[in-house]
Design a protein around this ligand. Structure first.
Ligand SMILES: Cc1cc2nc3c(=O)[nH]c(=O)nc-3n(C[C@H](O)[C@H](O)[C@H](O)COP(=O)(O)OP(=O)(O)OC[C@H]3O[C@@H](n4cnc5c(N)ncnc54)[C@H](O)[C@@H]3O)c2cc1C
Length: 459
C-alpha cells in the first residue's frame, strides 16, 4: 500500500475510504467524530510510526483500545487515531500465574484465555469492554472486593512515550510512571502491552440476579444496607434499578416491568456462599431468584446484551458512601422516572480488597467509597440526543448531597470540566500533573480526562 506514514504496515483509513465509516464507530452511538486518519496498528512499530506522523503534522491524537469509553475519547476529531483493534493477543503463563495482554484485547478474551487454566484477573462486568482503557482508569468488577482493582493486579506495562522512546514501567522500573498509569488513564503514553497477575478462581462461582418488583424496593434496599455492612471480601452484591429487559434470562412475565436487581457474586466454597446468601434470597419473597453455581464466564457475559454497541448512551456517576435512608429515597424517586426502558441505574459494590490498599498506593480512585453509582441514559436508536439525558443530569444532582464528592474517571463524560477531573483524583492530582510534566510536557496525550502538565516547583 502506498501512503505517507513511513514504515506503517497496518491499515490506514481516511474519509472516503471503504473501511473509514466502520473505523470511526465506537460503542457509544451518540458520538459522531471524524478523524483525519485511523491507523490500525499491527504492532508497536506501527504505533510508533503513527505517533511520529501525528506529531510531525501537529495533528490531534487519540488511542483506541476497546472503544468503550462513553466520552468518545478513542476518537480525535480531525486527528490521528492509533487504533489497536487488530492487536488482541492474550498469553497466559500458568507457571508464573501471569498474563500478557495486547492493547486491543477485550475482557471476554482475557477471561477466555485465563479460565482455560482456572485463573482470572479482576476485570469489568461486560465482556466487550476494552482491557486498556479500563485498566488505565483503575478498573473494578465482580472480583475486585476479593482481589482488588484491575490496576492493582498490573505487574508491568510496555509503553511508547511522547518523545518516541520505549520504556517498561513496573514497581522496579520507572516506578513514578507505573504509579501514574494505574488510574491516571492514557495521559502518560501509549501502552503496548499489559502484564497482570492472575488468581486461582476455578471455573465456577455462585452468582446471579435476584429480581424484586419496584414496589418491594424500599424494604429490600433497607435490608440490603444492613446485609452488605457485614459482607466478607468474597461476596459482592451489586444493584440495578431498571425496566426488566427482553433478554433470555429474564422471566417472561417480568419483561418490561420496573424491577430492582440485587446481584450477589460469591468467590469460594459454594456451600458457604449458599449459607451466606440465604437471608437475602429469602427476603421479600423475590419475584425471581436466578442465583446459581455456574461458570464464571457465563456470569461475565450475562449483562452484555443489555448494553449493545451503537445505541446512544449518556452517563453520569458518583462514588457513594454506605447508602443512607435519604440516599435510598433518591434512588426510589428517580430510578424509574425515565423515558427509555433501556436507561438504568447501576450500583457497583466496592470496599473489600480495594479499600485495603493505601489511598495513595496508585493514582486510582474509589478506595474510600462503598459504591460507584452509574446513572445510564440509553436509547436504542442512537444519535446524540434523548430526553433521558435530562433525567440523568437531574438524578445526578439529586444524588450529589449523598455522594462522596469523588468520581471514577472512566465514568466521566466529555462535558464535565476540569473540576470533575480533579475530583476524580483528589489529593493525587498534583503528583499526577508533575509526572505528566516529566513524561508528556507538551500534552500530546490529551484525548482523555486530561491531567495538565505542571512541573514540580524547584526549591
Ligand atoms: C458497557 C460498559 C461496561 C463497563 N463496565 C465497566 C466495569 O465493569 N468496570 C470498570 O471499571 N469500567 C467499566 N466500564 C468503563 C470502562 O472502564 C471505560 O469505558 C474504559 O475507558 C474502556 O476501555 P476501552 O479500552 O474499551 O476504551 P477506549 O474508548 O478504547 O479508550 C478510552 C481511553 O483510554 C485510553 N487508552 C486506551 N487504550 C490505550 C492504550 N493502549 N494506551 C494508552 N491509553 C489508552 C485513551 O485515553 C482512550 O481515549 C464500562 C464501560 C462500558 C461501555
Amino acid at each position: 500500500m502506498s501512503h505517507d506514514v513511513p514504515s506503517f504496515q497496518g491499515e490506514l483509513m481516511r474519509p472516503g475510504d471503504e473501511g473509514y465509516p466502520a473505523s470511526r464507530r465506537i460503542w457509544n452511538g451518540a458520538i459522531d467524530r471524524h478523524p483525519a486518519l485511523v491507523a490500525r496498528c499491527l504492532d508497536e512499530q506501527d504505533a510508533s510510526a503513527a505517533l511520529k506522523y501525528a506529531l510531525s503534522r501537529k495533528l490531534p491524537l487519540s488511542v483506541r483500545g476497546g472503544g468503550h469509553n462513553v466520552s468518545g475519547s478513542a476518537l480525535a476529531e480531525g486527528g490521528v487515531v492509533i487504533d489497536f483493534s487488530a492487536l488482541r493477543g492474550v498469553i497466559v503463563d500458568p507457571d508464573s500465574m501471569s498474563v500478557r495482554v495486547q492493547p486491543g484485547a477485550l475482557w471476554g478474551e482475557v477471561d477466555d484465555a485465563t479460565q482455560k487454566h482456572g485463573l482470572a484477573v479482576p476485570g469489568g462486568i461486560v465482556t466487550h469492554t476494552g482491557v486498556a482503557g479500563l485498566t488505565l482508569g483503575g478498573g473494578f468488577g465482580w472480583l475486585s472486593r476479593r482481589w482488588g482493582l484491575t490496576s492493582d493486579n498490573l505487574l508491568s506495562v510496555r509503553m511508547l512515550l511522547a518523545d518516541g522512546s520505549r520504556v517498561q514501567a513496573s514497581e522496579q522500573e520507572n516506578p513514578d510512571l507505573f504509579w501514574a498509569v494505574r488510574g491516571g488513564g492514557g495521559n502518560f503514553g501509549i501502552v503496548t502491552e499489559f502484564r497482570f497477575q492472575t488468581h486461582r478462581l476455578g471455573t465456577h462461582v455462585l452468582a446471579g440476579p435476584i429480581l424484586f418488583r419496584a414496589d418491594q424496593a424500599r424494604e429490600v434496599l433497607a435490608f440490603y444496607r444492613e446485609f452488605i455492612a457485614g459482607a466478607p471480601d468474597e461476596l459482592s452484591v451489586y444493584l440495578t434499578l431498571r425496566t426488566a429487559p427482553p433478554l433470555d434470562w429474564v422471566p417472561e412475565h417480568l419483561r418490561g416491568t420496573e424491577v430492582l436487581l440485587v446481584i450477589p457474586f460469591f468467590v469460594g466454597d459454594p456451600r458457604e456462599g449458599e449459607d451466606l446468601l440465604r437471608p437475602l434470597r429469602g427476603f421479600g419473597p423475590p419475584a425471581a431468584d436466578l442465583v446459581r453455581h455456574k461458570p464464571y464466564m457465563e456470569h461475565q457475559a450475562m449483562f452484555d446484551a443489555g448494553v449493545p454497541h451503537h445505541w446512544g448512551y449518556y452517563w453520569k456517576s458518583h462514588y457513594l458512601p454506605p447508602l443512607t435512608h435519604d440516599a435510598v429515597e433518591v434512588l426510589l424517586e428517580r430510578s424509574w422516572a425515565k423515558g427509555s426502558p433501556a436507561s438504568y441505574t447501576l450500583l457497583f459494590h466496592l470496599g473489600g480488597a480495594i479499600a485495603s490498599r493505601p489511598e495513595d498506593s496508585s493514582a486510582a480512585s474509589g478506595r474510600d467509597a462503598a459504591h460507584a453509582m452509574n446513572i445510564n441514559a440509553a436509547w436504542p436508536a442512537g444519535g446524540p440526543s434523548h430526553p433521558d439525558i435530562g433525567w440523568c443530569r437531574q438524578y445526578f444532582a439529586a444524588m450529589e448531597p449523598h455522594a462522596t464528592g469523588g468520581v471514577y474517571v472512566n465514568f466521566l463524560h466529555n462535558d464535565e470540566g476540569e473540576a470533575r477531573i480533579r475530583a476524580a483524583y483528589g489529593s493525587r492530582y498534583d503528583r499526577l500533573s508533575q509526572i505528566k510534566a516529566m513524561y508528556d510536557p507538551d500534552n500530546v496525550f490529551q484525548s482523555n480526562q486530561n491531567i495538565k502538565p505542571s512541573p514540580a516547583e524547584q526549591t
